[in-house]
Design a binder for this molecule. Structure first.
Ligand SMILES: Cc1cc2nc3c(=O)[nH]c(=O)nc-3n(C[C@H](O)[C@H](O)[C@H](O)COP(=O)(O)O)c2cc1C
Length: 150
């Protein structure tokens, strides 16, 4: 069975870049949360939820889809990118997983180029991230998630 990853990635496409590395060569559907209608969630073996960090948290739309649409008990994993201060990270998604009895197969995070607010004035932070090393780690993480499913 396939994997789906539901994501929000708008600042520089950093999170999407990580997901594309994970998906390469595997059966993965990448679902943009802003265009997420009638998804047959029950046809997937597991679902990833992914986002940049915006104001110390994942984007609320990803948490909303998790809470409102995901069938209870679905195995899940989390992915996020951040500029330098991850805040709650995947905390809200972890809480939602506990409430819905969804086994969490892991969480991956790495830095992502950030030009938000004053950081733009200095050319941004976390320049060049995610880099090749981050993407290699992302691929290994995803392989591990697949192994845990078996
Ligand atoms: C509105 C906004 C708020 C952000 N807030 C944070 C933050 O609180 N902590 C942090 O480390 N990075 C923050 N960032 C940086 C992003 O988390 C980082 O660039 C991330 O990789 C963006 O992912 P994306 O390109 O997939 O959207 C913020 C970026 C934006 C645009």
């Amino acid at each position: 069975m396939k994997t789906a990853i539901c994501y929000y990635s708008r600042h520089h496409g950093n999170t999407r870049k990580v997901l594309e590395a994970m998906a390469a060569g595997s059966e993965v559907d990448l679902i943009d949360v802003t265009d997420c209608h009638d998804i047959p969630w029950e046809t997937y073996a597991c679902i990833g939820f992914a986002s940049g960090i915006y104001a110390f948290d994942v984007h609320p739309s990803v948490v909303d889809v998790f809470r409102q649409q995901l069938p209870s008990g679905t195995p899940v994993f989390f992915v996020y990118t951040y500029g330098g201060a991850k805040g709650r990270g995947a905390g809200q998604l972890e809480a939602a997983a506990r409430e819905k009895g969804c086994p969490v197969l892991g969480a991956f995070r790495c830095k992502g180029y950030d030009t938000f607010g004053p950081f733009r004035l200095i050319g941004g932070i976390a320049k060049g991230r995610p880099n090749e090393r981050d993407l290699a780690h992302a691929r290994s993480f995803f392989q591990e998630v697949q192994t845990r499913l078996r």
